[in-house]
Design a protein around this ligand. Sequence first.
Ligand code: GRF
Length: 226
Amino acid sequence: MKLAVLVSGSGSNLQSIIDHVEAGHIAAEIAVVFSNKEDAYGLTRARYHGIPTAVIQHTEFTDREAFDAAMVRALQEHGADTVALAGFMRMLTPVFLNAFPMRVLNIHPALLPSFPGTHGQHDAATFGVRLAGCTVHFVDEKMDHGPVVIQAALPVTPGIAGDDLAGQILRLEHRVYPQALAWMAQDRIRLDGRIVHIEGSGVPVCDTDGVGPYLVNPPLEDDFAA
Ligand code: GRF
């Protein structure tokens, strides 16, 4: 798999992907790290690891389709066949998505379809949810909407600051995104409409016969936990 990773900012998810590729956990080469912002720190991370970079600023284009077409050309010039959005803050049009059909993944810092948008973790904290998490999903034309590949959840401390919850979720993101990309590289992901099957993956976490293990917050007390 020849992967393009698209970043607009810090690129801590990119770093986790790089580390897992270098460790041999993902059967992929990172063909290029692309950004729409020339000062994105993710580009520095890529250069540090000798990974090619490309920058095209979206502000130079009058419409999304023209920007997407330029991005497609740049990624294809580097031989990319798969795209991972990692904090890339632009919506993609069919011009982009049709160039990489069902080969574009994104990570979102909330348990979709709850809390889509740019402040998912903060929205979850403000709403007062007891469970939060992150989602890796295929990208389609709607924001934070495509088929779900993997989700990870954690219990939320009541009253936690949005930034603190975001930090906790980010550490989960660093685990699940490389896993999803490894499945992609191994060609183990099958789609049945919106439903994603991972060939040969373990048993689901929730076994309804034994009712467990599961995540509940606050914890159930003795009379209710048995
Ligand atoms: C992450 O929270 C990711 O879920 C969201 O943007 C953030 C990117 O963080 N899409 P980083 O640039 O990978 O550190």
